[in-house]
Write a protein that binds this ligand. Structure first.
Ligand code: FAD
Ligand code: FES
Length: 254
């Protein structure tokens, strides 16, 4: 984990209120892993850093997908190319696949699809099937990215494109046919709850990265504490920033 200076080199609008930011660093960046995140000092009056998943990354570059939801992300949306920001990276454990995980189901909701895109880049010798859900046709993103690695099923809540319905409901219809070894998911809490029910019913293990408010991002403030069930059934509080953000879905009390 290191505090590095990043320069914004490209900013692109993907859909309404969602932007892609590509940053470059003069110095070589630390080794990064899919599912980790960075903590960005967005500047202006915002003293607390904001957490964003690593969407794509290289030795000197990192790309983020940012939904504009409040003051800090609005400030980011106003950044100009060439502007410099400080970011601590990489943070957290990320997604880990074992040898027995041969067929991987990637389940993403909205901006939550972003950290899943780098999983096949990290683990290329696996079979991938992706289900990605959005509210409506105009909000659909990442279809081309996921289709590079395998089949992708796009779902919209209103049925304006792809299959109609919540992505977890659509997946429920297909999962017996797919028979994945593991599900990796990221999205909002209602989607994660539905994924947890599906994982419990089908006994397919699932790992999630979710929505947690963060403060320090380095394990010191406990703002990100979340309740997690241990193997013996006791509930402990873990820090989503450094103990997560990826947890086994059945262990987390959502
Ligand atoms: C590990 C991690 C990775 C994340 N990755 C991404 C990402 O790749 N792209 C992305 O767009 N967002 C991501 N988020 C959420 C992002 O950090 C927040 O949306 C952002 O910090 C909001 O800042 P703000 O100042 O604009 O909004 P604020 O003014 O702080 O809040 C505005 C609204 O957003 C909600 N909000 C604030 N923080 C979070 C949060 N952590 N999770 C969910 N809702 C929040 C608030 O409840 C409020 O409704 C991630 C969060 C975590 C914990
Ligand atoms: S954000 Fe401070 S301990 Fe996790």
């Amino acid at each position: 984990m290191k505090d590095v200076k990043l320069k914004l080199t490209r900013k692109k609008t993907l859909s309404e209120g969602v932007l892609e930011f590509e940053f470059f660093s003069d110095e070589k960046l630390p080794q990064m892993h899919c599912g980790q995140f960075l903590h960005l000092r967005v500047g202006g009056e915002f003293l607390l850093r904001r957490p964003f998943c690593l969407y794509k990354y290289g030795e000197r570059s990192v790309t983020l997908i940012v939904a504009v939801v409040g003051g800090g992300t609005k400030r980011m949306s106003e950044m100009k190319e060439g502007e410099e920001v400080m970011a601590v990276l990489p943070i957290g454990n990320g997604f880990t696949l074992e040898d027995e995980h041969k067929k991987i189901l990637l389940l993403g909701g909205g901006v939550g699809c972003a950290p899943l895109v780098s999983v096949p880049l990290t683990y290329p010798n696996k079979e991938y099937v992706s289900y990605i859900g959005f509210s409506t046709a105009n909000a659909v993103m990442f279809e081309d990215e996921f289709s590079k690695f395998g089949s992708v099923t796009v779902c919209t809540d209103d049925g304006s494109t792809g299959r109609k319905g919540y992505v977890t409901d659509v997946l429920r219809e297909d999962i017996e046919k797919i028979k994945p070894d593991v599900i990796l998911t990221c999205g909002n809490t209602p989607m994660l709850k539905a994924a947890a029910r599906l994982s419990a019913e089908t006994k397919i293990p699932a790992y999630m990265s979710g929505e947690t408010r963060m403060g320090c991002g380095v394990g010191a403030c406990l703002v990100c504490a979340c309740a997690v069930k241990e193997k013996n059934g006791t509930i402990v509080h873990k820090r989503a920033c450094v103990d997560g953000p990826v947890f086994k879905l059945e262990d987390v009390l959502l």
